[in-house]
Design a protein. Structure first.
Lengths: 114, 159
């Protein structure tokens, strides 16, 4: 009987140890960020308007036969630089922005952070 | 502007290739004149885009005809484009300053309208090879974007 108590006691210690170890090593829970794709195709950003959360990532891919870029419109806060056909560029979005292609200035897009 | 699409004869794919390359080359030449003569930032930026984009279309067209084994063939439409270009280049070279900028942009608006009309109503319907047709179709939104950009710059001169 004493032996049985000892086994149960040791098992409880081990479980506590595993629980404590797990608590110490696991990272704090983070918000799940999403990934969005914008296709640059037919001289348009598709979709032209994206509603997303702060911290989400957007990947733009140029499917056209000419070079484009993706540039924040108001103050040029960020830009992809030239994106040759087939190239991609990503941005972790922190705030809403109107953007455009500074090479083909009539091509416009919008990011709306909720 | 060149008097294009004057004949009712259907263009063959080699003739379409010739028209496509010639029309793009002409706009590159207009852009080269602008880059030499203009000091206007918007005009220079537009001209730079025209030179690069139309070269990209030519590169695609050349790659395709090479792959298909097609040799571009001179024809009445090509000749009409070239004849119009001679006159337009002479007109552009005779102007300077703001008058040049306005003439260049006005011509770009008219030239792209004519080119879009030619591609949509002649070249695409006449093309028989699906890849040639597809390349022409992909050029239409590019030329329409150029037209919108040219019209935007043109508004600045008409204020």
């Amino acid at each position: 009987m004493a032996n049985k108590h000892s086994i149960l006691k040791n098992s409880a210690y081990i479980l506590c140890f595993i629980f404590l170890l797990n608590s110490c090593t696991s990272t704090p829970k983070e918000a799940v960020h999403k990934l969005y794709n914008v296709e640059i195709k037919g001289m348009q950003f598709q979709p032209a308007e994206l509603t997303l959360q702060k911290g989400d990532t957007v990947i733009w891919t140029n499917h056209d036969i000419v070079t484009h870029d993706v540039t924040e419109e108001k103050s040029k806060e960020w830009t992809s630089g030239p994106l040759a056909p087939g190239q991609s560029w990503s941005l972790v979005v922190t705030k809403s922005a109107d953007y455009y292609c500074s090479i083909h200035v009539v091509m416009k897009g919008k990011l709306i952070v909720q | 502007m060149p008097a294009i699409g004057q004949t009712n004869t259907k263009l063959t794919d080699p003739e379409i290739a010739s028209v496509a390359v010639t029309a793009n080359q002409i706009d590159i030449e207009y852009a080269q004149i602008a880059k030499k003569k203009s000091k206007n930032a918007d005009v220079l930026k537009f001209a730079e885009t025209m030179a690069k984009d139309h070269q990209a279309v030519i590169d695609q067209a050349v790659a395709l005809v090479t792959k298909l084994g097609v040799t571009p063939k001179d024809n009445a439409t090509t000749k009409a484009f070239l004849a119009g270009a001679v006159k337009t280049k002479a007109m552009l070279n005779s102007k300077k300053g703001g008058a040049f900028d306005k003439a260049y942009i006005d011509n770009e608006v008219a030239y792209h309208k004519a080119a879009i009309n030619e591609v949509e109503n002649v070249l695409i319907p006449d093309a028989t090879n699906s890849e040639v047709k597809s390349l022409l179709q992909s050029a239409v939104p590019l030329f329409k974007t150029h037209l919108a950009h040219a019209e935007m710059v043109q508004k600045e001169f008409n204020k």
